[in-house]
Design a protein around this ligand. Structure first.
Ligand code: NCD
Length: 440
């Protein structure tokens, strides 16, 4: 298992996830009796963003496994404040300082870059609004323990679905387990298109967007979950008062507005559209989940409710992260088949970086990062950034050997070898770069 990383929840097969949960459950029976597993090994926490649960539970997990920890809890206190790149930091730390790196960073795709440079396994502890796979394992583990299964369950995802990385990883995993997703976003903070496309095209999942009219069809008179705004002037999401039938819902997963990732425009929209928090009211059968930290999304009055799961999710972070560390450090091996590796990454040829996401690590650390892509569809040709998974804006594509360019939906475009592909915004740019349209 040496040499493995956990960057996306897609790095683990479903069978491996379930085995990891069995192992976490064994660890949880007595957290104090596993110190023989990782003595002499060191994990390094490189945190470029604040954290309470992720960092402390990883460090607790490593200590409980008998290992040691190096903590850079505030990278502003490190040479990052002198302008040192993530790339150089990862190189240094992975060469003898530590045996595994847990990284949190504000740029999307940061953990993917770290993997390219690290001599030891890398765990993504959250990269911008992209993914947070280990939180997802804590969330799924909680559902698995409480519900006994993950297949076919119905989960409401609520709040800031646009910027919450916990939501994105959770949605991918739930979709792979065949769960049904019901999205109740804050207005203006819907699930991003690149996430919806991946859910649809890679896992065949179509999240239901719940709004008042849709819920009218779904609702039953009794047993309902209501998500209502806390301030009276806010628009209720479920204006017909019938709510979402709890019989059909296994869990409601709330998220906090990710204000630190918003630009001024998001802030204004949030306020203009009512702002504030959603608050779930009667709970009946549905579990209430939250990755924490919470702001106003869940009233402390609900904390004593046996279906409120958020403190359990946090507590379960320790055995789940013990299982992740033991697996990546080669001290516990899952017998389950591994996932077929993700499609290959290719280097972008030619001038501009085609990744449209300005917060992608391929832009924020461009001196250390060669732009890369993965192909996700051939008819028409579609590609995503190899770091942050955002879809590339491709107008026409060229072949670096023939120096011809083609429409991306055309048959010749499909035939270009991926390592010869060149992306252009439009035909004009292709011509400027010396490419020609093939003569018939
Ligand atoms: C989450 C995160 O950092 O993305 N926190 C966590 O790890 N439990 C959620 C959040 O900050 O809202």
């Amino acid at each position: 298992m040496q040499g493995r990383h956990l960057v996306s929840i897609d790095d683990l097969s479903l069978a491996e996830i379930l085995e990891l949960f069995e192992q976490a459950r064994r660890f949880s029976e007595d957290l104090r009796s596993w110190a023989h597993l990782c003595p002499g090994l060191i994990s390094a926490s490189l945190f470029y963003e604040p954290s309470t649960r992720t960092r402390l539970s990883f460090e607790s997990a490593m200590l409980r496994l008998g290992g040691g920890v190096l903590t850079a809890a505030d990278m502003r206190m490190s040479s990052a404040s002198k302008g040192e790149s993530l790339a150089d930091t990862v190189r240094v730390v992975s060469e003898g300082y530590a045996d595994i790196i847990v990284l949190r960073h504000p740029s999307e795709g940061a953990a993917r870059l770290a993997v390219d440079l690290s001599a030891v396994p890398v765990v993504n502890g959250g990269d911008g609004s992209h993914e947070h796979p280990t939180q997802t394992l804590c969330d799924l583990y909680t559902l698995w323990i409480e519900k006994g299964t993950l297949e076919g369950i119905d989960v409401v995802l609520a709040g800031d679905l646009r910027y919450s990385r916990t939501i994105h990883s959770f949605a991918y995993a739930l979709a792979r387990f065949g769960a049904n997703l019901i999205c109740v976003p804050h207005q203006g903070f819907e699930m991003p298109n690149y996430v919806l496309k991946r859910l649809r095209e890679e896992y065949g999942a179509e999240p239901v967007r719940a709004d008042a009219s849709r819920l009218g069809d779904l609702a039953s008179e009794s047993d309902a979950v209501y998500l209502t705004p806390q301030k009276p002037h806010q628009l209720s999401l479920f204006t017909d008062g019938s709510g979402l039938p709890v019989d059909k819902v296994d869990a409601v997963y709330m998220t906090r507005p990710q204000t630190e990732r918003w630009g001024a425009e998001s802030e204004q929209n949030f306020l203009r559209l009512g702002g504030g928090a959603l608050s779930p009211e009667p709970l009946r059968n549905a579990l209430l989940m939250h990755p924490l930290p919470r702001r106003d999304e869940i009233s402390p009055d609900l904390d004593a409710n046996p279906r409120s799961m958020y403190f359990k999710q946090a507590a379960r972070g320790v055995p789940v992260r013990m299982a992740i560390l033991a697996m990546l450090l080669g001290r516990w091996e899952s017998k389950a088949p591994r996932i077929a590796s993700l499609d290959r990454k290719y280097e972008v040829l030619g001038g501009d970086n085609p990744c449209p996401n300005s917060n992608c690590i391929s832009h924020t650390e461009q001196r250390h990062c060669k732009a890369t892509f993965r192909i996700t569809a051939k008819h028409p040709l579609r590609a995503v950034c190899g770091y942050c998974s955002h879809e590339l804006a491709i107008g026409v594509v060229g072949c670096s050997t023939t120096r011809h360019f083609h429409d991306r939906g055309s048959a010749p475009a499909r035939k270009i070898r991926p390592d010869h592909l060149v992306f252009f915004r439009d035909a004009e740019q292709a011509v400027t770069m010396g490419y020609t349209a093939p003569t018939r």
